[in-house]
Design a protein around this ligand. Structure first.
Ligand SMILES: O=C[C@H](O)[C@H](O)[C@H](O)COP(=O)(O)O
Length: 262
């Protein structure tokens, strides 16, 4: 990476840097996917290499697995780890109840499995991801390739009946071909109006044959670490309602930040 980091990258970095404070020696840690989670993996790698932190990381995508190995983190599968102490991951949107939309990077399925198998999930996000109501970001729906157009039609019919479909859904593409997830599936991006009842929507979507999983994470996240471009960070905990405010003053001096920014 070269050049000055943007305020959004700084915000992602400080959220990631603060979140790794919650990782303790010996933990089994779920490693999220996306640009914010990538900062977290780099921060954890630095702790492993320089402070001797011993952790086992369970990645939520092939991309994260590769990055984690490059950073010196011991990578194990979820089945090897069985249960995780903590998962740290990004999000596309979070609301005040810490319900989320995830899957903008296509990794929602492994992310949801890993987060659900964890004692605690911490979301790291720049403040721009905070919303009053979920639904502005297109909701990803992972579907099996067989009969995907029929699955899409059924999903749209259901969304119209619930009055949440904005405009039609779209098949996520990778150039001229459909985007294929790590599990060999496709993704439909659902362009919705405001989601009134996210819990109900999440359950109903998963009833449609052909749907593997949706990107709504309801009652899974415990804490969100919100980063700001000026180095401020807020840790909000849904379980005790606490909000801790801080600032990472070391920002410009941080080795990792400097190395990646230069
Ligand atoms: O599938 C991808 C994940 O759910 C990401 O955590 C999410 O899209 C946020 O990504 P980013 O940190 O790049 O905004």
């Amino acid at each position: 990476m070269s050049g000055e980091l943007s305020p959004i990258d700084k915000a992602k970095f400080v959220a990631a840097k603060r979140a790794v404070d919650f990782v303790e020696d010996g933990m089994r840690v779920g490693l999220g996917t996306g640009s914010t989670a990538a900062w977290m993996v780099r921060c954890l790698g630095e702790l492993v290499r320089e402070d001797g932190l011993r952790i086992k990381g369970v990645p939520t995508s092939s991309r994260t697995a590769e990055l984690a190995r490059d950073c010196g983190i011991t990578v194990v599968s979820l089945d090897e780890a069985r249960w995780l102490d903590l998962t740290i991951d990004g999000a596309d949107e979070f609301d005040q109840d810490l319900n989320l939309i995830k899957g903008g990077g296509g990794a929602l399925l492994q992310e949801k499995i890993v987060a659900t198998a964890s004692d605690q999930m911490i979301v790291i996000a720049d403040v721009g991801k905070e919303v009053e109501h979920l639904g502005h970001f297109p909701l990803p729906l992972e579907v099996i390739p067989f009969g995907w157009q029929t699955t899409q039609a059924l999903a749209e019919e259901m969304l119209i009946s619930m009055d949440v479909l904005g405009r039609q859904s779209s098949l996520r593409m990778n150039g001229a071909a459909p985007y294929v997830t790590d599990e060999g599936n496709y993704i439909l991006d659902l362009h919705l109006n405001r989601i009134g009842n996210a819990r109900q929507l999440a359950m109903v979507l998963n009833q449609i044959p052909g749907v593997v999983e949706n990107g709504l994470f309801i009652d899974i996240c415990d804490k969100v670490v919100v980063g700001f471009g000026d180095g401020r960070v807020e840790v909000r905990d849904i379980n005790d309602g606490s909000i801790e405010e801080g600032r990472l003053d070391f920002l410009e001096d941080d080795n990792l930040f400097r190395d990646l920014g230069e």
